[in-house]
Design a protein around this ligand. Structure first.
Ligand code: C2O
Ligand code: CU
Ligand code: CU
Length: 543
């Protein structure tokens, strides 16, 4: 593909999503959808006025904690969960009414609590006027029930997948995944936590009282117009990824939470479309990372700041035992301080604000709960690649490309050429904008075939000019190396998203325990949703 085809492709996508000159389209929903939604997210005038004057001040509102949903057991012991995607209005910013989408409510969704090893039956109703899907991000479930682009739920329809989560406890999430519309649907408010429970945290003595000393925090940024409507993709720089200038935690701008003096566990989820957070407590104190994307680490890792890319999760524990009566602020200081994240010059645009506050923690009396921070957590995972990696760069950077090349290779068992039946290789980017291996996502093309029950070694190489968070469905993987070195301690647990900085090569070990056939393949993609929607995604089978 050449440069002008790339730009054509991008333009087509942007038009589809509403970046029409002066357009007032319902973003990402198409004209038909725009009508059906009665102008939801419409009125995007392309104007730059924000509701900056509105809002009732920093930390004035209370952090909402999404209600837990435990599921209803039937006679067979199967747990049933019901979610309904629908629309409504929310107060993202104090005093401003914004049309939003949510599950079982106007915004975001309940926290699904799913016991490890228990059969579950989901009932997903599409109460939107447009097709959607619901993907269990991080869950090891068969391709058939993964909720990717092939599991489309028509307006009014119900999708009822059943599965059992056998993987370790972890902080997962769910979100829509319709091909080319994931960005706008998540931006409109769809998404929620999915916590797998196996009791290990309680046995270890970790804080685990939901909503008290164990808080889920979904971090998002949004942009609103003067009338309080969400604005999506109305400026050219947005095609690099949609950023906002208002910072929400669980759907509320800069809230506060009352927390007990003691050990506090925060389950951080970057549910933003594009933004990478560089998180810290404002006073610079140390905290401990106890879990990555998909499970506990071998031991708590002390840090003073933590990078969280889109779709990544981290669980941290903060020591508030001696902080009664004080307040702490969780903030992000992103971008410039971290090399390899963006192209130059920094910041890339006006919405790339360096430092901003997210959440205030007001420390009250001790709760009486006896949580602690154990020295050891869970045994370190040790998978090995079953097949030798003999990957190679398939599409070298030939120059002239705007984005450069992000290549991902996987050595085939036979060490054959990338295209050969015995070999596999993938590349991300090339001279193409937000493509993988020089190709854009096509619903009817399987890009890679992987073997069931084996551990694959995937090598991701980023030669583009920005960082990309790379995500793989159907597995939790381990980072084997970053540029040949062992990953930092807090990245040594199970993960399903890895931020690949520009110029970097990351090796992943990915065991595949479930089947995904050609009719319902798994996805691998960049989790910057505008890149994904633009086609920076590929499909693979596990058979
Ligand atoms: Cu979080 Cu393919 O998705
Ligand atoms: Cu996923
Ligand atoms: Cu990307």
């Amino acid at each position: 593909m050449n440069r002008s085809e790339d730009i054509d492709h991008m333009r087509r996508r942007l038009l589809l999503q509403g970046l029409a000159a002066g357009g007032a389209l319902a973003v990402g929903l198409g004209p038909r959808a725009a009508q059906a939604q009665g102008g939801m997210m419409g009125g995007m005038m392309g104007g730059a006025q924000n509701v900056a004057a509105a809002g009732s001040g920093v930390f004035s509102r209370t952090l909402p904690v999404p209600p837990p949903l435990h599921g209803q057991a039937d006679a067979q012991g199967v747990l049933h969960y019901a979610l309904r995607a629908g629309s409504g209005h929310s107060e993202l910013i104090g005093g401003v009414r914004t049309p939003t989408w949510g599950y079982n409510g106007a915004l975001l969704g309940p926290t699904l609590r799913i016991p490890r090893g228990k059969p579950v039956q989901m009932h997903i109703t599409n109460g939107l006027g447009v097709p959607t899907t619901l993907h269990w991000h991080g869950a090891q479930v068969p391709g058939k029930v993964d909720g990717g682009p092939h599991n489309l739920i028509a307006p009014g329809a119900v999708w009822a997948p059943a599965f059992t989560l056998g993987q370790p406890a972890g902080t997962l999430w769910y979100h829509p995944h319709p091909h080319t519309y994931t960005g706008p649907q998540v931006y409109a408010g769809l998404g929620g936590f999915l916590l797998i429970d196996d009791g290990e945290d309680a046995r270890l003595g970790l804080p685990h009282t939901y909503g008290v000393d164990d808080l889920p925090l979904a971090l998002q940024d949004r942009r609103l117009d003067a009338s309080g409507h969400l604005v999506y993709m109305n400026r050219m720089p947005d095609m690099m990824g949609m950023k906002g200038d208002r910072f929400l935690v669980n759907g509320v701008e800069q809230p506060h939470a009352e927390v007990p003096a003691g050990w506090l566990r925060l389950r951080l989820l970057n549910a933003s479309n594009e933004r990478i957070y560089h998180l810290a407590v404002a006073d610079g104190r140390e905290f401990h990372v106890i879990a990555g994307d998909a499970g506990l680490l071998e031991q708590p890792v002390p840090l003073r700041s933590l990078l969280l890319a889109p779709a990544e999760r981290a669980e941290i524990v903060v020591d508030l035992r001696r902080e009664q009566g004080r307040s702490l602020v969780l903030r992000s200081d992103s971008g410039a301080v971290v090399p390899g994240l963006y192209s130059m010059p920094m910041p890339v645009d006006a919405y790339d604000r360096g430092r901003f506050d997210l959440l205030q923690l007001r420390v009250g009396a001790p709760s009486g709960l006896s949580a602690r921070l154990p020295e050891r957590l869970v045994p370190a995972p040790t998978p090995r690649a079953d097949e030798p990696a003999r990957g190679f760069v398939r599409n070298g950077m030939k120059g002239g490309g705007m984005m450069g090349m992000m290549g991902m290779m996987r050595g085939g068992s036979g060490g054959r050429a990338a295209d050969g039946p015995g070999g596999m290789s993938m590349g991300i980017g090339g001279r193409d904008l937000f493509a993988i291996d020089g190709r854009y996502m096509r619903m009817n093309v399987i890009d890679v075939k992987t073997a069931l029950g084996r551990t694959a070694l995937w090598r991701v190489h980023n030669r583009s000019t920005m960082a990309h968070p790379f995500h793989v469905h159907g597995t939790s993987f381990l980072i084997r190396s970053r540029d040949g070195n062992a990953p930092p301690a807090h990245e040594r647990g199970w993960k399903d998203v890895v931020l690949v900085r520009r110029g970097e090569t990351v090796e992943l070990l990915a065991p595949f325990h479930h089947r995904a056939g050609a009719a319902h393949p798994y996805m691998y993609h960049c989790h910057i949703l505008e890149h994904e929607d633009n086609g920076m995604m590929g499909q693979f089978t596990v058979t």
